[in-house]
Design a protein around this ligand. Structure first.
Ligand code: NAD
Length: 377
């Protein structure tokens, strides 16, 4: 018999759907090596979005009161998919009620808030995960194993671009993403955060940054845009390797491009989300394409025989499986999963990029979590 874990989901938007879909996928199957998630209750701001989500994914209960969800005795895991300014308070309430916590990225509006979340989770001794789902693409997992095996030699460069058109197209755009009090930063925290976490995950800790932010379309949806439409940033890793990040909502030709390149003293890797099952590798003698859904991927038991490929949404299944296993075993989701420590450290990098953009100066990064982190990896 699989152990069962009661899940309380907060958020009925894009991520509410992605996480519900992943939990459904993990629900059935005696062969799935993870506790079975029970979809106890979903909470959201408005009933119009709540009830369709409840019906579609089979949540047992629904509420517009996230405080009730945070203290619901049937819930062991609180999964926060709310907008950014609703990450800290509901997650802290859930931690106070003794729940294990998953929170979407960026972990908080800023590093101070993220640090409070990390400290609270550590003191309470609950399992905590910041939902950086890129870590759960088979290609990123293989990149990690190749770098650790020395296939690239010593990493020298990390370059990434995350490009979407929402600032310059007529497509949908959540208004909360434009207001500083509700979102923190713009393209930086929304898109760039993924690539900052991948840079830390694959190459190592970041020591300093230089940033430039731009607002291209200052008024949208009848409101002033308060946060960056685009960011360009340079970084230096503690190892001496360098990073270049670009994230933009003003790239009209891209429905969504997310590309990561890593160079080292012996070889180079390229990941492109449009071909997420592939990794391109060159040792200098020419590029080869590696199909990544291989038996050495730790989640391929959930999926299809090698060569069939998985999809973007499937990374959330892999990620939430890791959370279920960690909660069941009472262990950290690290090192594969991102903890609140990773969410906090990413927030420090984001704050430093914003500070540099404001001052025009290079900004050293001072992580403040050393004294508080005990077990989160
Ligand atoms: N991991 C990823 O790839 C990824 C992708 C997109 C978004 N995200 C993150 O997920 C989070 C949610 O983003 P989204 O795209 O689902 O946003 P969204 O705009 O689609 O949904 C936001 C949700 O927040 C909740 N909410 C909004 N206002 C509320 C209120 N006043 N009271 C209570 N609840 C309210 C609602 O449930 C709403 O559906 C954000 O932090 C975002 O950064 C992560």
């Amino acid at each position: 018999m699989r152990q069962e874990l009661g899940i309380g989901l907060f958020g009925t938007g894009f991520m509410g759907r992605a996480h519900s879909n992943a939990l459904i996928n993990l629900r059935y199957g005696a062969d799935i090596a993870a506790p079975r998630p029970r979809l106890v209750c979903v909470a959201g701001g408005t009933e119009e979005r709540l009830w369709p989500l409840q019906e579609r994914f089979g949540w047992e209960h629904a509420t517009t009161d996230w405080r009730a969800l945070a203290r619901d005795e049937r819930v062991q895991v609180f999964d926060n998919c709310g907008r950014n300014n609703l990450h800290a308070e509901p997650t802290l309430a859930a931690i106070e009620a003794g729940k294990h916590v998953i929170c979407e990225k960026p972990l908080a509006l800023d590093a101070d808030q993220a640090l409070r979340m990390l400290e609270a989770a550590e003191v309470a001794g609950v399992v905590h995960m910041c939902a950086f789902n890129y870590r759960f693409f088979p290609a990123i997992g293989l990149a990690k194993r190749m770098i650790e095996a020395g296939d690239l030699g010593d990493p020298t460069h990390f370059r990434s671009a995350f490009l979407i058109p929402s600032a310059v197209s007529d497509g949908p755009e959540s208004e909360w993403r434009l207001q500083a009090a509700e979102t923190g930063s713009g393209a930086l925290g929304d898109l760039g955060a993924h690539h900052i976490d991948v840079a830390r995950y694959l190459v190592g800790e970041i020591a300093d940054v230089v940033g430039k932010t731009t607002i291209f379309v200052p008024e949208r949806h009848g409101m002033e845009v308060e946060v960056d439409d685009a960011v360009e940033a340079l970084g230096t890793f503690e190892s001496g390797a360098t990073a270049v990040w670009t994230a933009s909502r003003a790239a009209a030709g891209h429905a969504l491009q997310s590309r990561i390149e890593i160079d080292g003293t012996r070889g180079s890797l390229i990941f492109d989300l449009a071909k997420l099952n592939e990794l391109r590798f060159s040792d200098g003698s020419g590029w080869k394409t590696i199909f990544c859904t291989r038996a050495d991927d730790p989640d391929m038991d959930l999926w299809w025989p090698h060569g069939q490929g998985i999809g973007w949404g499937d990374s959330f299944v892999n990620q939430l499986r890791r959370a279920m296993v960690a909660v069941g075993a009472g262990e950290s989701v690290a090192p594969r999963g991102a903890t609140f420590r990773d969410g906090y450290r990413c927030a420090e990098v984001i704050d430093a990029i914003l500070a540099s953009a404001a001052s025009g100066r290079r900004q050293a990064i001072a992580y403040r979590d050393a004294a508080t982190v005990r077990s989160s990896g």
